[in-house]
Design a protein around this ligand. Sequence first.
Ligand code: PGA
Length: 246
Amino acid sequence: MRKPMIAGNWKMNKTPAETKALIEDLKKLGNKNGADVVVCPMTVSLAAAAEALKGSEIHLGAQNVHFADHGAYTGECNAASLKELGVEYVIIGHSERRQYFGETDETVNQRVLAALAAGLKPIVCVGEVLNERQQGITNEIVCKQTKVALLNVGEQIENVIVAYEPVWAIGTGLTATPDQANETIAAIRGAIRDVFGDAADRVRILYGGSMNAKNAHDLMAQPEIDGGLIGGASLSAEKFDGVINF
Ligand code: PGA
């Protein structure tokens, strides 16, 4: 019932020229599961990506968006500009943004609301750190992050995607087991249901954290896992192919 989504988070990789080259390679790939395939290049590479993606079914996403319409926010990027470039999705609240750039659940919520108001679809990231998993408080942490991120979203919940990314699994080669990921995502869906009722069944929740060609099939076989947010394994067409065609 929920269409699978495989989204590549390129992080701070791929110049505009490299972006164009990778997209040309991605356009040649099959998509046997009928997934929504999304690529999220750096902000400065979005225009090149939009141009290269013309006529393709691959969707374009950004990695962040500011909550203000415009103003004195040096280095930030507003939703209207992303929209104008043809961006459809935007990653919000990635753990690297929380860890290195001071994002909080509250700023994540503000960015989510700004994205939705501009007609962008947020991919909202939540996830626990290792210590929190070891203390047995994973579900509490991710459910709170989810509820705060989605405050005042209302009927726009249908345009939100959530990505569960255990921080200890990102870029480390450690992956949550399919069971662990499924269980935590079920808890996140429960938190969405608490607030938004049955719409929770229509919200796609992705897994992210060292997902690759080897583990994608088992993760995607889980009933609660609707897709993946892929970092390292999205940086070459060959590796990404293995995830898209899980
Ligand atoms: P990874 O990154 O696949 O390299 O672990 C995932 C992410 O941070 O979105």
